[in-house]
Design a protein around this ligand. Structure first.
Ligand code: IMP
Ligand code: MG
Length: 189
């Protein structure tokens, strides 16, 4: 996986620059600060993809807020119309009566967030919204009725990496969102 030519060399082109991300995340933070003034929202980071977006977003929220972290994997068992979400790491905080903002890297098919909002909904939060850095609406699975309440950027149907998003666990540390060179996928060692 490690390419001796270097990390940046695997990137075909930069889709969203560091500067654009910074400006947009600041706007989202300002919007959330206004919408949740006095509500002490609980921001839930969905590990690992959302970690970079989450910490930058939090630093742009100018009122009281709390953080918690969750790791999930989502799959469809083929038996039900909706998939199953498996909790790999649960929240430490009770969300009952709390204003919850789920922070995710990207909404693709939408299955993960659809399953997760169903699950967290059973814990009786006062409210629950979704903040996604990226939305890829072209990929949405049939029957998914949710979309991000706060969305950084809508992206085309391309596999993107950087700013938390990975391919085979690499590229999360790139400061921008980029598209990988096709040979990175096809050069399986
Ligand atoms: P969904 O359940 O199909 O919406 O998928 C959500 C998860 O798939 C995201 O949290 C990402 O971890 C991963 N994913 C989807 N599209 C991409 C992409 O373009 N790059 C990196 N990860 C992606
Ligand atoms: Mg993810």
């Amino acid at each position: 996986m490690i390419n001796k030519m270097g990390l940046e060399n695997d990137i075909q082109y930069v889709l969203i620059s560091e500067e654009r991300i910074k400006a947009r995340v600041r706007e989202l933070g300002e919007q959330i600060s206004r919408d949740y003034a006095g509500k002490n929202p609980l921001l839930v980071c969905i590990l690992r993809g959302a970690c970079v977006f989450f910490t930058d977003l939090a630093r742009n929220i100018t009122d009281y807020m709390e953080m918690d972290f969750m790791a999930v994997s989502s799959y469809n068992d083929g038996m039900t119309s909706h998939g199953i979400v498996r909790i790999k790491k649960d929240l430490d905080t009770s969300i009952e009566g709390r204003h919850v903002i789920i922070v995710e890297d990207i909404m693709d098919s939408g299955n993960t967030l659809d399953n997760l909002t169903r699950l967290l909904g059973t814990r009786n939060p006062a409210s629950m919204r979704i903040a996604c850095l990226l939305d890829k609406p072209e990929r949405r699975a049939e029957g998914i009725g949710i979309s991000p309440d706060y969305c950084g950027f809508t992206v085309p149907n391309e596999f993107v990496v950087g700013y938390g998003l990975d391919y085979a666990d690499a590229y999360r540390n790139l400061p921008y969102i980029g598209v990988l060179k096709p040979e990175v996928y096809t050069n399986v060692e």
